[in-house]
Design a protein around this ligand. Structure first.
Ligand SMILES: [Zn+2]
Length: 417
């Protein structure tokens, strides 16, 4: 049986597909066809939802005399569990179909106790290392990379999603504008070629995997890099997994072909010497050490470390909305700079100039949709957060000067409009 977002699995099990309101409102309407499953009669009653580790209290309540419906209500603790189990819920908008996030109810001997389990069927991007695979490992084919879960798509060079980030790229020599210095890659995004690996015949856009890489940069998400035998620094044959890189910046520029391309700067999490050591056995014979100074690397590592640090200080919770932002394979909280790093702001890369924000509030903060009062740390100008103060840890000292700067920017923008 199937009604709205509910479905029978067997006599003892039903599933509910979660929608945005499941995450936002702690409630779901139970369709009449499922009343018998929950033993619903005339009275409201409490039930227990049991996972393997916890028990959560919930209730089944009748509402509205005239068109009676029963709603299943749960509490904050269960809401938290849902959000933690389905970290991607935060990317969903009203009306989005949630067919990939499911809650399964199972009857138990006790009529008022139901086992619940969570099922995430989204074709999960996996961020970070893959268990059992080390940098330097060789794979025979794209198919094998896919089977090992390193890089799911067997054709596309980027594995990513527009609203989640990109978790992996494969370098196989398809783009004329690519630069590959082993620990540093200038990577051309996808799209605009007449055939895979062919000529650039139209502009690239920040969409699909390109958009994903842009998000990986903004969220500080690790990107797995695999090199094919087709590229200079690749293995003699097959594909070699080269570990984790971070997207440190990106741009959209006119490439050699005369068409716009999306370009991404990626840096290995390892220093060049450590990376060479790891990949040593499977580097091509003509590979030459590139004698670069380590200064770039240190700068990047410092940047990544600070971002990790600020997220750690706040336990991966947004300082504005306190939403918990960890996902199974890395966090989606963002270490955001108050006074921008690049031109024309030239803010410092320092914890005193950083905030830990969720993707939504990060984007709004950067767009000057709200500001933080430098004296009181009150959130100003953000609908729904009128009385809210920024959460600030004792271990985090924010320099007011940067908040002043951001506030000035906000006021300038507001006055222009
Ligand atoms: Zn937030």
């Amino acid at each position: 049986m199937e009604k709205f977002s509910w479905k029978t699995i067997d006599d003892n099990k039903i599933l509910k597909e979660l929608d945005l309101s499941s995450f936002s409102y702690k409630v779901s309407v139970v369709p009449q066809d499922f009343y018998s499953f929950f033993n619903i009669e005339d009275e409201d009653f409490d039930i227990v939802l049991k996972t393997d580790k916890h028990s959560y209290s919930a209730s089944l309540k009748w509402a509205r005399e005239k068109s009676p419906v029963v709603r299943l209500w749960w509490k904050e603790d269960f809401s938290e569990a849902l959000k933690e189990k389905f970290p991607k819920w935060i990317n969903r908008k009203k009306g989005d179909k949630f067919s990939n996030m499911k809650l399964i109810f199972e009857k138990t001997a006790d009529k008022k106790v139901f086992n619940v389990s969570f099922k995430d069927d989204s074709d999960g991007l996996v961020f970070g290392h893959i268990p059992g695979v080390s940098a330097g490992d060789i794979f025979e084919s794209r198919k094998e990379l896919s089977e090992y879960g390193l890089h799911a798509p067997t054709m596309a060079g980027i594995w990513g999603r527009e609203n989640e980030g990109s978790c992996s790229i494969v370098l196989s020599g398809g783009y004329e504008d690519d630069i590959d210095n082993l620990d540093y890659i200038l990577y051309t995004g996808q799209g605009g070629q007449d055939a895979p690996g062919g000529k650039q015949v139209s502009d690239q856009e920040f969409s699909r995997g390109n958009k994903g890489l842009q998000l990986s940069c903004e969220y500080g998400l690790p990107v797995r890099v695999t090199r094919g035998h087709q590229v200079n620094n690749g293995p003699e044959s097959g594909y070699r997994y080269d570990g984790l890189y971070y997207v440190t910046s990106y741009e959209r520029i006119i490439g050699k072909s005369g068409h716009y391309i999306c370009r991404f700067h990626l840096e290995s999490e390892l220093s060049i010497s450590d990376l060479e050591k790891k990949l040593d056995e499977n580097l091509p014979e003509n590979y030459k050490t590139t004698h670069r100074t380590e200064t770039t690397i240190n700068k990047i590592n410092r940047n990544i470390k600070l971002r990790e640090k600020i997220k750690e200080i706040y336990g991966h919770k947004c300082q504005v909305c306190n939403v918990y932002l960890r996902r199974p394979h890395g966090a989606i909280a963002i270490g955001a700079h108050i006074k921008g790093l690049g031109q024309p702001h030239n803010g410092p890369d320092a914890l005193s100039n950083m905030l830990c924000l969720c993707p939504n509030h990060h984007a709004q903060f950067d767009d000057l949709a709200f500001y933080i009062d430098p004296e009181t740390f009150a959130v100003k100008g953000l609908e729904g957060y009128e009385e809210v103060n920024l959460t600030i840890s004792n271990n985090h000292k924010i320099d007011k000067e940067f908040l002043e700067y951001h506030k000035d920017q906000y006021e300038k923008k507001t006055n222009e409009n």
